[in-house]
Design a protein around this ligand. Structure first.
Ligand SMILES: [Zn+2]
Ligand SMILES: [Zn+2]
Length: 353
């Protein structure tokens, strides 16, 4: 099968013919119809995240936002069938540890990150293998397209978990979203659907326009604002209850914390870059004085997808609204290169393998 393989960090991925996967006894093989291209792929491509144990080895197939059809089913799999239309969350759980058993498969004690480790070759390929398929495979509702649902494996569900499960958005809360890449724009749309008044922050007017279309009540261009927290607080009359760092650099993280009113919740979705190496300095005294919470949020447990699908069915959420661009597998490297200077808007999706 064709696959985009990481041969050298920062160099174009190599489009190669590689062996197609076989289904393990507990696994399935999915034929790809769509796979989102994500800033996390850019981090992997750069060779970041060795401090997390997530620096992929050379020879890795990247890609972790797949949707497609099941074409092979392992002998022990009970609930997934050949032909099922599915999405796969990037945080693959074992389905059996105490975290998984309690509904927290995103923090599984044996979690395997799809596309970041040799044992979990990714989805920039014609086919991808999914272990513990009964637990990890998410069946898609009737009538939705794989392309529209490509963000469900990562960015859309990450923002949903952050805002619907980790944070408490209360009636009339202002919700600030710092960074309007794919995950940030998803957060804008979801926070609006959950009843928040959203302030979107970015450096790029095109992304802020899309944020407004997705439900932002106000936007702040960080280039124009003398103080981003000051601008956000002025819009929200100091009542920002939830603020999200959807990028993971010191500026967005601290701007997010400083945007909050008393007893506000900062939600960290973005992971840091090589420059920070996993650590950002925080204004801890100010956080104590205002009882600010710092909440980490990672992916989403596969058992929670029905909540998203109910909101999609009722028309409150539309994951396709964040999908902006379609590319071929051969063009993945160009899209990754464009992410270096934040030139992509929304979620680009591979739809031609
Ligand atoms: Zn992703
Ligand atoms: Zn587990």
């Amino acid at each position: 099968m064709r696959a985009a393989v990481l041969e050298e960090y920062g160099e174009p991925l190599s489009i190669e013919d590689v062996a197609a996967p076989d289904a393990a006894a507990d696994g399935v093989v999915v034929e790809l119809e769509a796979c989102g291209i994500c800033r996390s792929d850019w981090h992997a491509w750069q060779g970041d995240w060795d401090w997390l144990g997530l620096k992929p080895p050379k020879g890795q197939i990247l890609g972790h936002e797949p949707a497609g059809r099941v074409v092979e089913v392992g002998s022990d799999v009970e609930t997934v069938r050949e032909g099922d239309h599915v999405a796969i969350p990037f945080n693959l759980g074992d389905g059996t540890c105490p975290q998984c058993a309690n509904g927290h498969g995103n923090t599984c004690e044996n979690v395997v990150p799809l596309g970041f480790a040799e044992v979990a070759q990714g989805a920039f390929a014609e086919q991808v293998h999914v272990p513990a398929a009964d637990y990890n495979v998410v069946g898609l509702p009737e009538g939705v397209s794989s392309i529209d649902m490509a963000g469900l494996g990562c960015r859309f569900m990450t923002s949903f978990h952050a805002l619907a499960h980790r944070a408490d958005i209360e009636a009339g809360d202002w919700v600030a979203v710092h960074g309007c890449g794919g995950v940030g724009l998803s957060a804008v749309h979801i926070a609006d659907a959950l009843g928040g008044n959203v302030v979107a922050v970015d450096l790029d007017d095109q992304k802020l326009e899309l944020a407004e279309e997705l439900g932002a009540a106000a936007t702040v261009n960080a280039n124009d604002a003398g103080s981003v927290p000051g601008a956000v607080r002025a819009i929200a009359d100091d009542h920002v209850g939830v603020s999200v760092d959807a990028l993971g650099i010191p500026e967005t993280c601290r701007n997010s914390i400083q945007s909050l009113g008393a007893r506000g919740q900062h939600v960290q979705i973005g992971l840091t870059t090589e420059a920070e190496g996993g650590t950002i300095e925080l204004p801890t005294d100010a956080m104590v004085m205002s009882e600010i919470e710092f909440i980490g949020s990672l992916g989403m447990p596969p058992t929670k997808y029905d909540e998203i699908f109910r909101m999609v069915a009722s028309g409150k959420l539309d994951p396709s609204a964040v999908v902006t661009d379609r590319v071929a597998l051969d063009d993945v490297s160009e899209t990754l290169a464009a992410m270096t200077n934040f030139e992509t808007v929304g979620i680009p999706v591979i739809d031609e393998f």
